[in-house]
Design a protein around this ligand. Structure first.
Ligand SMILES: Nc1ncnc2c1ncn2[C@@H]1O[C@H](COP(=O)(O)OP(=O)(O)OP(=O)(O)O)[C@@H](O)[C@H]1O
Length: 291
């Protein structure tokens, strides 16, 4: 038996099964088609970014997947189970968690209370058990508090547990939102512009956090993001939206070298871009456009 494979023998490495499989997604608001023909395959255990100019339909796709709005057409499967058409709380129970473009916390609740709210799908005690303070209720409550503290520490804000959400710095509020999403025990975490409003140091810390969510918690991450440095540092694959449809999909290197992407961001013909595709210039232009 030869101890090396003969050259040109195709390696039978099976592609990772998609955890999230979206096909032919369409959403119309009255006569306005926000997205159409959107196909997305998100590999289990990956970090996948969605980028594109303002109004390209990225958040609408997120909203359809999380059942925040119902799609006009298309199918959505999570782990082989069809989830389109289900109400949002049932989709969440299947393991889809998200954050929003604009922070949506309970401003007059503490960070700990905000995370406790995110755990309701894990709790089993009945209303009467809660009223009567049963053993199961007290045990579940203690476990819920411990889990909430654990996720506040995981996202790097353990010292904020007792602070009102509205008194927290913006970057910490975004981390708190992620803690609240994680405490539900999702299979897939969908982050809508998590780096918005962050400075470069906070952006780097976010990249580290997303990487730990994937490796330590085994949660698949999909993020919509305009900060190209964050996208290029964290994403294994990138899908580019433009005008309600998918323009292209690829690795960070492929996307950076794709002149159609630069064109979509800059709104000019690719021939007018002087810099060679492999240079960092297109990325800087994208960032300049986005800033
Ligand atoms: N509820 C709604 N009713 C009507 N039109 C909507 C609604 N939500 C989104 N749209 C429209 O759908 C299109 C896509 O919007 P969407 O927010 O999905 O884009 P986006 O790529 O996420 O943009 P951004 O990067 O600015 O967040 C836009 O023209 C938007 O005005």
């Amino acid at each position: 038996m030869p101890d090396v494979l003969p050259p040109n023998l195709p390696l039978a490495i099976p592609p990772r099964a998609p955890l999230l499989d979206v096909h032919g997604l369409k959403k119309a608001f009255g006569g306005m088609i926000a997205i159409q023909n959107v196909d997305l395959r998100i590999a289990e255990g990956s970090v996948h970014a969605i980028i594109g100019p303002n109004g390209a339909g990225k958040t609408t796709a997120f909203n359809c997947i999380t059942a925040f709005v119902q799609p006009t057409a298309g199918t959505i499967y999570l782990g082989g189970e069809r989830i389109d058409g289900l109400p949002a709380h049932v989709v969440a129970r299947h393991g889809v968690a998200r954050t929003y473009q604009n922070v949506r916390l309970f401003p007059n609740m503490t960070a700990l209370e905000n995370v406790l709210v995110g755990q309701h799908r894990r709790l089993h005690a009945t209303f009467w058990e809660a009223i009567l303070g049963s053993g199961r209720f007290r045990r579940e409550e203690a476990e819920a508090r411990a889990r909430a503290h654990h996720y506040l520490a995981f996202v790097g804000i353990p010292q904020r547990a007792g602070d009102l959400a509205r008194h927290m710095p913006y970057g910490d509020q975004r981390r708190l939102e992620i803690a609240r999403a994680l405490v539900a025990g999702p299979r897939i975490l969908m982050l809508d512009e998590p780096a918005a409003g962050m400075n470069p140091a906070e952006g780097r810390a976010l990249v580290e956090l997303i990487e730990r969510i994937r490796t330590e918690l085994g949660v698949t991450v999909v993020l919509i993001e305009h900060h190209m440095r964050v996208v290029m540092a964290v994403a294994e694959r990138i899908t580019v939206f433009n005008r309600g449809a998918i323009l292209t999909e690829g690795t960070p290197g492929e996307i950076q070298a794709d002149e159609r992407v630069i064109e979509a961001y800059l709104g000019r013909r690719s021939g007018q871009i002087a810099a060679p595709a492999a240079s960092p210039e297109p990325q800087r232009q994208m960032e300049a456009r986005i800033a």
